[in-house]
Design a protein. Structure first.
Length: 157
């Protein structure tokens, strides 16, 4: 009977150790975030002063952040490559983002944040900072994104 109890306790101990073992986390690769902004945009300013430092702190030298002013025609052409646009005949030309909301086309909403050809989102709300950080990490690792930010977020084709 004592032997049976020892075997049972050993099994529970082994199961407990296996269950408590730390999962090995994937290392985040180097990646780039591109942010289209306007100097006159309050959301852009808030994103730059609040979220960008959080991103830099979380990802350190793994992240490169590029800022592109949405004030020039040349930069808006680059913006259109992501979102899509209407050509001279009025035909819609799809961009790199899957199922981008065509109601937004030509409006140039900012900030437009593009996370390393994984996904992009428009707008900024500091109440969702933790979700942005989690989605950035999941996006560059190829993991599923949260459903919280689905409304104004698009993945690449």
């Amino acid at each position: 009977m004592k032997k049976l109890i020892k075997i049972a306790l050993s099994c529970f101990l082994c199961i407990g150790l296996v269950a408590c073992a730390k999962k090995e986390e994937k290392e985040v690769p180097e990646f780039t975030i591109t942010i289209f902004y306007l100097d006159t945009c309050g959301h852009c300013s808030a994103l730059k002063s609040r979220l960008v430092p959080m991103i830099e702190e979380e990802f350190g030298d793994k992240v490169t952040i590029e800022f592109i002013s949405a004030d020039t025609e040349e930069n808006m052409t680059l913006y259109d490559q992501y979102t899509g646009y209407y050509d001279e005949e009025g035909n819609f030309v799809e961009g790199k983002l899957k199922d981008f909301n065509q109601e937004y086309i030509g409006e140039y909403y900012v900030p437009l944040v593009i996370v390393d050809q994984a996904f992009a989102f428009i707008g900024y709300d500091e109440d969702f900072d933790s979700y942005y950080i989690k989605d950035i990490k999941n996006g560059v690792l190829g993991n599923a994104l949260s459903s919280t930010l689905d409304v104004d977020r698009w993945i690449f084709k």
